[in-house]
Ligand binder design. Structure first.
Ligand code: FE2
Length: 306
């Protein structure tokens, strides 16, 4: 589909157990930039090369996990059209007024068949990337930690993968770039609203609404390797990598924030065009699809979710 109505993943709202510990992780280790705090105590963060106000909202809570993932829609009129289209598809929507979260216009909220809450919005204030837009230079100054350039995608687990895939394809205009199938059953759907190999992935789990990971883009394989040194220096809980994915061909490493929410740093991958064929992996090749180098899954990878 050309002229896609959704331009990109915008932000994720995460629950964390201890706000100060989490800010240390996301600011000092990951290298995000704090851009605001609101009257509810929520903390707003962005990756350095993003211009919009935030890509991550942290909220202290009794259990970790994702409150919602938000996508930026290309215009206010498309936002209204999509809200109606979601209703017409049989899924109820709720409008949240502009300003409920910092720097963000009105949002429409809905729950996908896999149990994940999503929001769409058309406006977020520009914060800037630390460089002028005329004669800008190539990197902002005084960056900390891993300093990914942007938020890339989320992987979300639950049952109802095929139903969420259909909603995102038929109503929201996403493409299916890759899938994992077990016979006739769709076990995972990798979906793009852009030129990236995925903007969101749905992966089968018995329980609905589980958060697998939020991924941050770094510019090179070398920066994934450097990220491994940084998390080791900070004694961050490490899971897998640096290694290579079969699906997306991305270079990757997984680790956990202090609340147990999984983070990924990701580099590479191919450019997606909507006329590329969908790639299909079969479950007997799942280890190679996920970790191409090792060709085996880690003990925790599909067991630990928040
Ligand atoms: Fe990922």
């Amino acid at each position: 589909m050309n002229n896609k109505p959704i331009s990109r993943p915008g932000h994720v709202a995460l629950r964390v157990l201890d706000l100060d510990e989490s800010i240390h992780h996301y600011v000092d280790v990951l290298g995000l930039i704090e851009t605001g705090r609101d009257s509810q105590g929520r903390v707003y963060l962005k990756a350095w090369d993003e211009h919009d106000h935030h890509c991550l909202i942290l909220r202290e809570a009794d259990s970790p996990g994702m409150d919602y993932m938000a996508f930026k829609v290309v215009s206010e009129s498309e936002l209204k059209r999509l809200a109606q289209a979601i209703e017409d598809y049989g899924i109820s929507t709720e409008w949240i007024k502009a300003g409920e979260s910092l720097a963000t216009g009105e949002r429409v909220r809905f729950t996908a068949p896999t149990g994940h809450v999503f929001e769409l919005y058309a406006h977020k204030d520009i914060y800037g990337n630390g460089m002028p837009t005329t004669n800008p230079g190539i990197q902002a100054q005084n960056l900390k930690g891993i300093h990914p350039s942007r938020f890339d995608h989320c992987a979300l687990m639950g049952n109802g993968v095929e139903e969420s895939y259909r909603l995102f394809k038929d109503v929201l205009g996403f493409d299916l770039t890759e899938q994992v199938v077990d016979g006739e059953n769709m076990m995972a759907a990798f979906m793009s609203c852009s030129n990236k190999p995925h903007d969101v992935a749905f992966i089968f789990a018995e329980e609905k609404g589980k958060f697998h990971h939020m991924s941050f883009f770094v510019d090179s394989w070398a920066q994934v390797l450097a990220a491994a040194d940084i998390i080791a220096n900070h004694d961050v809980s490490h899971e897998v990598g640096p290694t290579r994915h079969g699906i997306t061909r991305g270079e990757t490493m997984y680790f956990f924030d202090p609340s147990g929410n999984r983070n990924e740093v990701f580099s590479g991958g191919y450019i997606w065009y909507s006329d590329r064929p969908t790639l299909t992996w079969t479950t007997d090749e799942l280890p190679r699809a996920i970790f191409f180098t090792e060709r085996k899954l880690s003990e925790t990878f599909f067991k630990v979710m928040t």
